[in-house]
Ligand binder design. Structure first.
Ligand code: HPA
Length: 279
């Protein structure tokens, strides 16, 4: 939770000023892409890039997860200026949600208007298999401590923000069109946040299924809440790396999740690249 608003705001300004000092003056991307577990390969497609380790940015936490490299890239992807977060921060690592989403505020201050979130997720919806892609149309945040808890940052958004349209509907349509153009099957659905780090139980997955969840994961929702609070437009894609607990006869393991993420990453990367040429 945000304890001291002035300290939090100063940290955001300092981080933003530091990043500005590292990039050319006339470079101001309006798009930030966040790479989920195993989706790192997209980082190698960024050209003319400046790479800033998170450890160098004042106030940035340090990612502790293997597969989350921990650097901010500023460069070009498909001819568009972008920021790319290679590595993100999770509640399960021990970060408060206001810390895990600190970077979103920094991006807002740097002028980012569109946040593209990707994640690895467990598939719940009928017909999903490892490798399926799901565009997120809505989320279930019941198990997520609100990153907005504490004093409101009035300069960014209101105390009680509406959550009816967190994920931009135009972006959903655009992603569906892009998927069709490049011959990728794209499902749509609701993403449920679970705190982790333990995977869910089969009973929890059945409960989430009853609630209408299509996929489950341990990221994205805190970031989407903050980005929406900042007035950003959000597109989010889940890469199904495994069937959620109890939906297959195999126990879940992180190694398999990472291997499947690497397999699905090429279609997810292709989709993101196409998408950014259309927005
Ligand atoms: N549950 C939660 N998070 C995940 C999963 C899952 O099954 N797969 C990848 N991330």
């Amino acid at each position: 939770m945000i304890n001291d608003k002035e300290i939090y705001l100063t940290d955001i300004r300092n981080a933003s000023a530091y990043i500005k000092s590292r990039i050319p003056e006339d470079f101001s991307p309006e798009i930030c892409i966040v790479l989920g577990s195993g989706l790192g390969p997209l980082a190698s497609d960024v050209t003319d890039e400046i790479s800033i380790p998170y450890a160098d940015i004042p106030g940035f936490p340090r990612s502790t997860v293997p597969g989350h490299e921990g650097r901010l890239l500023a460069g070009k992807l498909e001819g568009r200026d972008v920021f790319m977060m290679s590595g993100r921060f999770h509640y399960y690592e021990g970060f408060d949600t206001s810390v895990a989403t600190f970077y979103v505020r920094v991006m807002a201050l740097l002028g980012v208007k569109t946040l593209i979130l990707t994640n690895a997720a467990g598939g719940i919806k009928e017909g999903f298999k490892p490798g399926s892609l799901m565009v997120i149309k809505d989320h279930i945040s019941f198990f997520c401590e609100s990153p907005l808890r504490g004093p409101n940052l009035d300069d960014f958004g209101p105390r009680f923000p509406d959550q009816s349209h967190v994920y931009d509907e135009g972006y959903v349509t655009k992603l569906e069109e892009c998927a069709e153009e490049i011959g990728i099957e794209l499902f749509h659905g609701t993403y449920a946040f679970c705190r982790g780090p333990q995977y869910e139980t089969p009973a929890e997955i059945q409960a989430l299924k009853l609630l209408g969840a299509g996929a489950v994961g341990m990221s994205t929702v805190p970031e989407a809440i903050v980005a929406a609070h900042c007035g950003m437009k959000i597109a989010a894609i889940s890469c199904v790396t495994n069937l959620a607990a109890g939906l297959s006869d195999k126990p879940l393991n992180h190694q398999e999740v990472m291997e499947n993420a690497a397999k699905v990453s090429s279609s997810c990367c292709a989709l993101v690249k196409r998408f950014i040429t259309k927005i």
